[in-house]
Design a protein around this ligand. Structure first.
Ligand SMILES: [Zn+2]
Length: 310
């Protein structure tokens, strides 16, 4: 049945003339409504994340400054990141959806969930916003899974075209949450080298797959499968979280790594296979980037259809 999190309030994070805009979700919603896929999903209420959930990943200073900035009317809070008066609450709802999805999947309500949220999260660092992101939705969900819901091991799979530097920072020295990222390199934000593999007790739990622009789709997919399999065999996750960005699509105006829409079916299948092998298919997918709104709608449709098992 795939649990689905969608809410009109995610449109209230207004960014002006910016690639990360409400139209991204509007396009997804109208596509899913027309496709008939929504009737096969179980729609979930979106609730705010608790401060405790956010503070397992971010500093109190960061949470306070996001709230204050919204209250003061918003504007550009970071070189690439814009907020409106509603953005703080919307960002806390995005984190809340991710946490609720993880909680329901762990409790067996369903084995898969898709969170159609914004703003995205994987660039947000523990002490600040970055790259369109305010709070690390996937990181907050993974921490809740381990610290509040008692899981031993979680693997975050990030196929957004940009390296998930924020997520990597949070878990770099964490032995319980593994991080796998396939991304264009060299590219924004500059991190994600192969040699970044974790530190301290988290040494060996970070798996980076930097890929050069121009790589063939076949080479991308086979490199993805190889390192993902290795990461999962090493982490042995009880749950997998996908940082699902769709900006590696060939027609994406911000990213692009030459992928076509049907490649996101293959990526979804690969992660589902790994989830079936290690954790009874438990999989929570959280929207990150994707800035060609029509291609984004195509990709999310294919992704959801695959999650539903068609
Ligand atoms: Zn991205």
């Amino acid at each position: 049945m795939t649990l689905i999190y969608r809410d009109a309030r995610f449109l209230l994070h207004k960014t002006g003339a910016h690639p990360e805009c409400p139209q991204r979700l509007t396009a997804i919603h109208s596509r899913l409504e027309r496709s008939g896929l929504l009737q096969r999903c179980s729609q979930q209420d979106v609730v705010l994340a608790g401060d405790d959930d956010i503070l397992r990943v971010h500093s109190e200073r960061h949470l306070d400054s996001i709230r204050k900035f919204s209250k003061a009317g918003g504007g550009r809070i970071e070189v690439d990141t814009v907020m409106s008066p509603e953005s703080a609450e919307v960002a806390i709802l995005a984190a809340g959806a991710a946490v609720d999805a993880v909680s329901k999947v762990i409790n067996g309500v369903d084995s898969t969930a898709l969170c159609l949220v914004r703003p995205p999260g994987h660039h947000a660092v523990p002490d600040g916003p970055m790259g369109f992101c305010l709070f690390g939705n996937a990181a907050i969900a993974a921490r809740a899974a381990v610290r509040r819901l008692g899981l031993d091991r979680v693997l975050i799979v990030d196929w957004d075209v940009h390296h998930g530097n924020g997520t990597q920072d949070v878990f770099y020295e964490d032995e319980q949450v593994g991080f796998f990222s396939a991304h264009r390199f060299p590219f924004y934000p500059g991190t994600g080298r192969k040699s970044e593999t974790g530190g301290g007790s988290g040494l060996g739990t970070t798996f980076n797959l930097p890929l050069q622009f121009g790589i063939s789709r076949l080479d991308y997919l086979s490199a993805f499968e190889n390192l993902l399999t290795r990461a999962a065999d090493s982490i042995k996750p009880d749950l997998i979280i996908i940082s699902a960005g769709f900006d590696a699509h060939a027609e994406d105006p911000v990213g692009s790594l030459g992928l076509e829409t049907q490649d996101f079916q293959k990526l979804t299948e690969l992660v589902m296979q790994v989830a079936n092998t290690h954790c009874d298919g438990r999989l929570v997918s959280i929207l990150e980037g994707g800035y060609n709104v029509d291609r984004l709608a195509d990709c999310v449709e294919v992704h959801l259809e695959t999650l539903l098992g068609e």
